[in-house]
Design a binder for this molecule. Structure first.
Ligand SMILES: *Cc1c(COP(=O)(O)O)cnc(C)c1O
Length: 379
């Protein structure tokens, strides 16, 4: 089936007891069993929930995978993936990924004996140099947040698999509508469903998808054993969200292309980071591995004062963390999402105090451009 058909139907059948076309919210903690050792496949709601199961099947289909697993947040999903790694083993990760993932690795799991190295995963040789005999996992975000560096997923997955290293890709920014890492050879895809999958800024969640039965079995065990599962209402909201994922992503992408072109022409935006721009270093690679460029743009206005002026004067772009909702958001990575990254590491990757990140929503693009134009006038 095509993507939009799967988005609307995969994992979802009319409810057998009523015919309800929408999967019900199974708001229950347990299930009555017919007799000892005899039940309908549901025992306890941390382990199985039909609403969650529908979402797991839905996102698995969209990513071209065969197993989906939902979690209470994107970080809960990432943390569960990192439970595949044992003390003494080593992880190579993208060096300007989501700040919370970096914090989990550095401030939590390093103390548990896991080893981490952060490299620019757009540089295949740097990734190869970082691999060690004890490397278990390559964790990649592409494009990265907020510098929009693009990594070659097919090449990375092949480098890793030759050494028996797992490749996990955080696909939150692109969504399966534009990029399907499993089809490029990755073993695991992970999402913060808080973002585009849900798309309406009204819940927090995470999803893992894989094609590998062995990994699915271990991750399913961890999902239950670690216990970071989502509630059924949040799963239901994401199921509602994925139905319009294709429509929303097309519009996010179209609006972002127009806004990026506007920013490039604007004298106050000194640098614009958007992989849809022809002079972006990852542009050709994005055209090969993705079918669109997404709705995230970063631009540098040169100083903290400039960034403060822009952030303080937009009206449609709301100042907030997060991304991927229908409404446009604006944020300041250096003091918000990436505040936990040391200042010198931030500067090394170009994440200056003048950098502004926008999540382009699905409003009328003329209104969004006018809002940014007005705000840039204050720089
Ligand atoms: C938001 C985000 C996360 C973390 O997800 P939560 O749902 O906030 O826990 C991980 N990766 C990326 C790329 C994100 O944008």
């Amino acid at each position: 089936m095509g993507f939009s058909t799967d988005a609307i139907h995969a994992g979802q059948r009319p409810d057998p007891s009523t015919g309800a076309i929408i999967v019900p919210i199974f708001q229950t903690s347990t299930y009555v069993q017919d007799g000892l050792g005899s039940h309908k496949g549901y025992e306890y709601a941390r382990t199985q929930n039909p609403t969650r199961g529908a979402l797991e099947a839905n996102v698995a289909a969209l990513e071209g995978g065969s197993h989906g697993l939902c979690f209470g947040s994107g970080l809960a999903a990432i943390s569960t993936i990192l439970h595949l790694v044992r003390a003494g083993e080593h992880v190579v990760a993208s060096n300007n990924m989501y700040g919370g993932t970096y914090r989990l690795m550095e401030k939590v799991l390093r103390d548990h004996g896991l080893r981490f190295d952060y490299v620019n995963t757009s540089d295949l040789e740097a990734v190869e140099r970082a691999f060690r005999p004890e490397t278990r996992l390559l964790f990649v975000e592409t494009p990265t947040n907020p510098m929009m560096l693009v990594s070659d997923l097919r090449a990375l997955a092949s480098l890793a698999s030759r050494r028996g290293i797992l490749t996990a890709v955080d696909n939150t920014f692109m969504t399966p509508f534009f990029q399907r890492p499993l089809e490029l050879g990755a073993d695991i895809v992970v999402h913060s469903s808080t973002k585009y999958l849900n798309g309406h800024s009204d819940m927090v969640g995470g999803v893992i998808v894989t094609r590998r039965d062995d990994l699915a079995e271990r991750l399913r065990f961890l999902q239950n054993a670690v216990g970071a599962v989502p509630g059924p209402f949040d799963c239901w909201l994401v199921l509602r969200g994925t139905k319009t994922l294709a429509l929303r992503m097309e519009r996010h992408d179209r609006n972002a292309r127009e806004i990026a072109a506007f920013l490039v022409r604007h004298p106050k935006a000194r640098r614009v980071y958007y992989p849809g721009l022809a002079d972006h270093p990852g542009h050709e690679l994005m055209k090969r591995q993705c079918s669109g460029f997404g709705g995230m743009i970063s631009f540098d206005v040169g100083s903290l004062a400039g960034a403060t002026a822009v952030l303080g004067s937009t009206r449609l772009f709301s100042l907030a963390e997060s991304l991927g909702g229908v409404e446009s958001l604006i944020s300041h990575p250096a003091t918000m999402t990436h505040a936990s990254v040391p200042a010198e590491d931030r500067l090394k990757m170009g994440l200056t105090d003048g950098l502004v990140r926008i999540s382009v929503g699905v409003e009328d693009v003329g209104d969004l451009v006018a809002d940014l134009d007005e705000a840039l006038g204050h720089v």
